[in-house]
Design a binder for this molecule. Structure first.
Ligand code: ZN
Length: 159
């Protein structure tokens, strides 16, 4: 079966950065499952999977613009350490949900200096070119219930 809108797709992948370091992966035993055509994957991924079939193996290279965006310096800034009183210890790599001008955003603690915490609202993969090696494990038509819910069910699915 070929991947078209409303296909439920299972695929294995290895995601590496420009230096070949592995960022993330899923093997054929525990593939990623999603409903195609609903914006559940980043746009470049859905475009790359469109029209592929079970067993296909291929690579997709996505520049930041088609992945998690260009790194935006304006989303990073220093907050006084005193603002975190009562939160407990603040350490590099911690993530918070913060209410910002454009809504709730996940921010990451980049650095803790003597009196400030450098927060970064960019996606951790912003600015990265992503290299996906993909193998399509299975393709099937979505059930009526899946279409109604807008996501895939079953192993690897939403619930
Ligand atoms: Zn559901």
């Amino acid at each position: 079966m070929t991947i078209t809108e409303n296909s439920v797709v299972a695929f294995a992948y290895t995601l590496t950065d420009d230096d070949g370091a592995v960022i993330d992966s899923a093997d054929t035993q525990a593939p990623l499952v999603y409903l195609h055509g609903r914006g559940q994957l980043i746009p470049g991924m859905e475009k790359g999977l469109d029209g592929r079939s079970t067993g296909d193996q291929f690579s997709i290279v996505l520049p930041p613009e088609e992945a998690y965006g260009i790194y935006d310096e304006n989303l990073a800034g220093a907050v006084p350490l005193s603002a975190f009183e009562g939160v407990g210890e603040v350490a590099e790599g911690m993530q918070f949900q913060m209410e910002l001008a454009d809504g709730v955003r996940a921010v990451t603690v980049r650095e803790v200096t003597g009196e400030h915490v450098i927060l970064d609202g960019n996606h951790p993969l912003a600015g990265e070119t992503l290299h996906f090696d993909i193998e399509v494990v299975s393709v099937r038509a979505a059930t009526a219930e899946e279409l109604e819910h807008g996501h895939a069910h079953g192993p690897g699915g939403a619930h």
